[in-house]
Design a protein around this ligand. Structure first.
Ligand code: MV4
Length: 458
């Protein structure tokens, strides 16, 4: 096992990794920017190294400073968390060059899955269902016209180097096609340094469902069911749940098998997620593979009784997975609410500042993952998420009721936050029925509705 791990991240996920390392008897090195001196990830790591000023480009994304911190502190492995450098194949390779074990998939796997068109081709070849469309990038305008004829409208144009909702465009009819294609290429070139795009049929009102995977260095891959991630705003997830209200045990088995097949096709190592779109007829299609631990991993942990971050570290250290897929079954229901410093009354504008008061809820079935405390200053430089509230119960109703109780108890002053918005979603009758798609939150944010009648908790 490793003796010392450097965590190349900040905030709640850095703290999450520190806690896992502590339980495994591993010393930890935190890195921090000048704006993050007061963060709990700095306080609770065994050592901490300042890697630069507040701006991420000069600190959490500054590879030479991070590698120097790792080498000088004598770390033997690096955990990248999520975001920042977590899906940078070049960084994974540089770590290995400096003798630092990368707690994640190989650089080659990150690179393959980062090219969204190549990832899709690999999955298709492995027998995973994909959305009908071009095989690979669009070659030219004649090729585009032929593809549009074949796929039909509406269709989507997506950037090969995009992902997570960036660099996509819906085309409703032939008159929009050429203009949309040229715009999409120009935008992709400016945003990603590659103007390659591919074409897909547009799936209306899909649900976003992702399968959690673990692979070891010996070719074993298992899945831990799905997370329902359809509750997003502008491609930012707000609420996630496990299991999905839309997935039956039979569908779970089918989607899980497809995901494992896809991961095995690249001999996938460590934690990863395969995202699917589920259409209105419950057909599922591969969307993207995420080669990292994800923000919403705790809902899977509470339902399947596994510590995914510990598993990541053990796998990187050479441990063999000893699971029988048949024995991995969901035994509860969990929900995560992401708490953001933002103003739901003002188009969810970021609301940085000092948290002058915070009371966090607790009790049976409640988990709070956060790096903040009373007096903590939320910096304008980083993501506005300052904590994750997770509730679980024997079934979905119990989990939702428990979450509503926790949301009623929580007290936060000094910043604007989205606790009230979460209450509105959880009290919505369609949410309570599990009847929602990826468009639900946009609709709810546009049309304020009174609280639902099912709950007596305010
Ligand atoms: C789609 C789609 C409909 N049809 N592709 C958005 C995130 C990116 N990973 C892919 N996305 C979508 N791709 C086809 N062919 C609809 C979306 C989409 C979406 C997907 C998941 C979660 C939220 C979403 C919100 C809007 C659109």
């Amino acid at each position: 096992m490793f003796k010392k791990v450097l965590i190349a991240n900040r905030g709640e996920i850095a703290l999450r990794v520190i806690r896992a390392c502590r339980e495994l008897g591993i010393r930890t090195v935190a890195i921090y920017s000048e704006a993050d001196r007061g963060s709990l990830h700095v306080k609770y790591a065994d050592e901490a190294v300042c890697v630069g000023p507040a701006a991420s480009q000069s600190s959490y994304l500054h590879i030479p400073n991070i590698i120097s911190a790792a080498v000088l502190s004598g770390a033997d492995a690096i955990h990248p968390g999520y975001g920042y450098l977590a899906e940078r194949a070049d960084f994974a390779e540089i770590c290995e060059d400096y003798g630092l074990v990368w707690i994640g998939p190989t650089a080659a796997q990150i690179e393959k899955m980062g090219d969204k068109s190549q990832a899709k081709a690999i999955m298709k070849a492995a027998g995973v269902p994909v959305i009908p469309g071009s095989d690979g990038p669009v070659a030219n305008e004649d090729h585009l016209a032929a593809l549009a004829k074949q796929v039909g409208y509406p269709l989507m144009i997506k950037a090969v180097a995009g992902g997570g909702g960036k660099g996509m465009r819906i085309i409703h009819s032939e008159d929009e096609l050429l203009k949309g294609y040229r715009l999409a290429r120009a935008e992709a070139g400016a945003a990603f340094g590659s103007d390659q795009v591919y074409v897909e049929k547009y799936i209306a009102n899909p649900r976003h469902i992702e399968i959690q995977l673990l692979g070891d260095q010996y070719g074993n891959v298992v899945h831990f069911g799905e997370r329902e991630c359809s509750l997003q705003r502008r491609h930012q997830k707000i609420i996630e749940e496990c299991p999905s209200p839309a997935v039956t045990p039979a569908l779970r088995k089918e989607m899980g098998r497809a995901a494992v097949k896809g991961a095995k096709a690249v001999k996938y190592i460590n934690a990863g997620t395969i995202e699917f779109l589920l259409d209105e007829n419950r057909n599922f299609y591969f969307l993207e593979m995420n080669t990292r631990i994800q923000v919403e991993h705790p809902v899977t942990e509470m339902v399947y009784g596994i510590d995914l971050v510990k598993a990541q570290i053990q796998i990187a250290a050479g441990a063999e997975l000893e699971y029988n897929q048949k024995g991995i079954v969901p035994s509860a229901h969990a929900i995560e609410c992401r708490l953001n410093a933002e103003d739901p009354e003002n188009d969810f504008m970021p609301s940085p500042g000092v948290i002058t008061k915070i009371h966090v809820p607790g009790g049976h079935g409640i988990r709070w993952d956060s790096h903040v405390y009373q007096g903590y200053e939320i910096s304008p430089y980083y993501d506005s998420m300052f904590g994750k509230l997770i509730a679980w119960g024997g079934d979905r109703d119990e989990a939702v009721d428990r979450m509503l109780g926790a949301l009623a108890e929580i007290e936060i002053e000094g910043i604007k936050h989205n606790v009230g918005f979460h209450k509105r979603v959880l009290n919505d009758l369609r949410f309570r029925a599990g009847d929602y798609s990826t468009h639900f939150l946009e609709q709810l944010a546009r049309k304020p509705e009174p609280l639902g009648k099912l709950s007596n908790i305010r």
